[in-house]
Design a protein around this ligand. Structure first.
Ligand code: AHG
Ligand code: MN
Ligand code: MN
Length: 322
């Protein structure tokens, strides 16, 4: 187990050394995400100032256009990940089609990302994040992104909260790093993260209760209430999953009459978060199947999501399981 405080770059390099055949590609790939996340974090920290900095029309003091944070995050990731040369293809929640960077023609990996998760929380200064999912390249086109979640080589998120954290897994557990803004480094603060077997919190948008397609879901939530559970729902998946990873319990976004397949996107949200939760000893399901076993049929596919501690997921399945 690595020492508390080791920085993310060294941690990734040391992980690579454990695999004698590693070429360093995944290391470079992860480092390009880390670099992009630091730039996004610095922009997020100025979010409330965008209006002031862009007061003269829509341009800032450098004469650049002041952009919305989700567009900006998307562009930063596309530019920096393309430029790394480590990705054959990029798929973003914000783009209709994947991008195939010129420099990545011979690259081994493809990446899917949600550049800014929780965008409704930007204007109210509540935690938001970036989510990513890396698979091995298996072909020339979209099939690269239509691989099951259990085949992810790495997945993670960056949470821009009261501190900025980088949480990721390459399939050997989950580790969390906190950005020390004074030195600009992510330092290991949460080694080998594990969910408690059981938590005390449920996290679901209960305003949708009357629209939930499966009425047994309400019975399950009522059972949790009877057991003394409390409720927390931030509305940024990154933040709700981060809390679940640390404190356990259950997070869900079910199918409802408006979102018949749920709201969350398989490639950019459900699959990477399920990989992390599973790596940390929890479980992730649509209610019908394990999220990591789903073979996507299109890149913007949505799925119902329930993830969290074993006890709560098993209990959920005893209510709604088919
Ligand atoms: P995004 O900001 O990337 O579009 O994602 C928003 C998602 C997710 O972060 C969150 O769990 C969910 O939307 C919240 O939805 P409701 O407002 O419908 O509860
Ligand atoms: Mn999102
Ligand atoms: Mn988003």
């Amino acid at each position: 187990m690595a020492d508390i405080g080791i920085d993310l770059n060294r941690f990734i390099l040391e992980e690579e050394r454990k695999h004698p055949n590693a070429t360093g590609s995944l290391t470079q790939a992860l480092m390009s995400i880390e670099a992009a996340s630091k730039i996004i974090a610095s922009q997020v920290r100025k979010a409330g100032l965008a209006g002031i900095l862009g007061k003269a029309g829509k341009t800032n003091v450098q004469g650049e256009e002041v952009q919305k944070l989700d567009e900006l995050s998307n562009e930063i990731l596309i530019d920096m990940l393309s430029d790394s040369g480590e990705f054959y293809a990029l798929a973003s929640e914000e783009l209709d089609e994947p991008i195939y960077p010129e420099k990545g023609k011979n690259a081994k990996y493809v990446i899917a990302f949600d550049p800014l998760d929780g965008s409704s929380n930007i204007d109210v200064n509540v935690s938001i994040g970036t989510i990513f999912s890396i698979h091995r390249r298996i072909g020339d086109g979209v099939e690269n992104f239509l691989q099951e979640g259990y085949k992810q080589v790495a997945a993670g998120y960056i949470i821009y909260g009261s501190s900025t954290m980088f949480v990721f897994s390459t399939g050997n557990g989950v580790n969390g790093f906190t950005l020390d803004p004074s030195v600009g480094m992510f330092l290991l603060s949460h080694p080998d993260m594990k969910l408690p077997e059981k938590g005390k919190i449920y996290s679901i948008n209960e305003a949708n209760e009357k629209k939930w397609i499966d009425e047994n879901l309400k019975k399950f939530i009522d059972a949790l209430k009877d057991e003394g559970y409390t409720s927390r729902y931030i509305g940024s998946m990154v933040a709700d999953v981060h809390r679940t990873l640390i404190k356990g319990g259950i997070f869900g976004y079910p199918a409802d009459k408006k979102n018949v397949n749920g709201k969350l996107r398989l490639l950019y949200e459900a699959s990477p978060m399920s990989f992390l939760i599973t790596q940390a000893g929890g479980k992730a399901t649509t209610g019908k199947e394990d999220i990591l076993n789903i073979k996507p049929h299109e890149i913007h596919q949505r799925v119902p999501v329930f993830l969290g501690s074993k006890k709560e997921i098993d209990q959920l399945l005893s209510f709604i399981g088919s």
